[in-house]
Write a protein that binds this ligand. Structure first.
Ligand code: G3I
Length: 385
């Protein structure tokens, strides 16, 4: 347990800041932050953007430090940011992200090394714009992973090594990584990352894995990697949810299925979309887009109380499932700190006003925050599983 977590656990147990009761004994103080509330269960994290760890947005940075004990970089460690041109790395923003996490003794996640989005076209092409050979792409992937993971060796605690490599049907997604290298690009990425930092935890991360076909695809992929001796430490369930999807049963059995593989399970990008559905698919395929229509953006100024309550109930339900799996889940990370920052304001329709997180646009806790804390307070601890 890190110093920060130990402190949070002691705080949550009332050992550091409890108040003296009638018999002179220290009564446990009620947890007031997310990291205190879940200290005995799992880490609670948030994705940070540049403004938050570069000193421009001090209010939400302060909120992040107070509430969370883990961080993920929303964009700055993605290929296009860190390695925009051949041979040219720009580590400035990523260095600030890692330094922020270290300064506040947080669990630091690296996101993400091998993905088909936010990866420059040059990676897959030669000087004439033709697809590169398999060997060239493997060499580029190796160079990227060795440089990025190597730079933060011993400092970034866990990496989303491969992101979203599976299709909704559970088969391999036809990305340039897969079509040029073959399905074994996944195993290679993990081996390269392990070579660059043997102590880092290495994860596979994906969305919509609660659906049976994709869940089976993940299970098969992890089994394949394990059989080949590939150092995979965990599976990230992204957790881009709505008020009515996925079903709680589905979520419950998905966590159980992944835990049954003997790897860590994490919720890595949690948010709950409250707006009307603009596309048939759920999940987080950033290529999906829909045109703006006013009926798709019903609450541009304020979320009505009835919806706040529905969101609170939904978050409470989700966290009850998470706590049931406290021994299986190592971390629950929100994809953002406040509603103002969320990608859900721009996907799949640009310019909507969405309310997917626990803190509002001013950084104030919403009813959903209280509901989540309440679930934690009623939790009887790991022995109650
Ligand atoms: O880089 C440009 C910048 O130069 C320009 O000024 C700005 C103006 O709009 O756009 C910037 O790019 C945006 C980028 O975020 C950085 O802010 C892109 O348009 C925008 O599409 C991109 O969105 C990110 C998205 O991934 C793209 O793939 C979201 O912020 C980020 O939250 C989202 O995160 C993904 C996870 O990595 C993987 N799982 C799904 C999740 C949600 O899509």
């Amino acid at each position: 347990m890190s110093r920060r977590r130990l402190g949070a656990a002691l705080l949550a147990a009332g050992l550091l800041s409890g108040c003296a009761g009638p018999a002179g004994r220290t009564a446990p103080a009620a947890p007031v932050t997310l990291q205190q509330a879940f200290a005995g269960a799992f880490l609670v994290g948030a994705a940070l953007n540049q403004a938050q760890f570069s000193g421009a947005d001090t209010a939400s940075a302060r909120l992040a430090v107070e509430q969370f004990d883990a961080i993920s970089p929303e964009n700055v460690l993605k290929f296009e940011v860190v390695h925009p041109r051949p041979g040219q790395y720009d580590f400035g923003p990523a260095d600030r992200y890692v330094a922020f996490g270290e300064q506040h003794h947080m669990f630091i996640v690296g996101h993400t090394l091998v993905w088909h989005n936010q990866t420059p076209r040059w990676v897959f092409q030669d000087a004439d714009g033709r697809p590169v050979s398999r060997d060239t792409l493997i060499a580029r992937m190796h160079d990227h992973i060795a440089s990025v993971v190597g730079r933060y060796r011993g400092r970034v605690n866990g990496w989303d090594v491969v992101n979203e490599a599976l299709d909704d049907d559970g088969g391999m997604r036809r990305t340039p990584w897969d079509t040029i290298i073959g399905d074994d690009f996944v195993a290679m990425a993990f081996r390269f990352a392990h070579e660059a930092d043997p102590a880092a935890q290495l994860y596979y991360n994906d969305y919509s894995v609660e659906n049976a076909a994709k869940r089976q695809g993940v299970v098969a992929l992890v089994r394949r990697l394990q059989a080949e001796g590939v150092p995979i430490a965990g599976v990230g369930i992204q957790g881009h949810y709505g008020l009515d999807y996925p079903g709680l049963e589905q979520l419950d059995s998905t966590i159980a299925a992944f835990a049954g593989l003997g790897v860590k399970v994490m919720i890595t990008e949690l948010d709950v979309d409250v707006l009307p559905r603009a596309v048939r698919q759920t999940g987080a395929d950033v290529a999906l887009r829909a045109a703006a229509r006013s009926e798709l953006n019903p609450w541009p100024a304020l979320l009505p109380d009835s919806m706040q309550q529905a969101l609170a109930r939904r978050y409470a339900d989700l966290f009850r499932v998470f706590l049931r799996h406290a021994g299986d889940l190592s971390r629950v990370t929100f994809w953002g700190v406040t509603d103002a920052q969320s990608w859900k304001n721009n996907w799949p329709v640009r310019g909507r006003t969405n309310y997917p997180l626990l803190f509002d646009r001013q950084g104030k806790p919403k009813p959903a925050f209280d509901a989540v804390l309440d679930v934690a307070r009623r939790w009887a601890g790991p022995s109650n599983r």
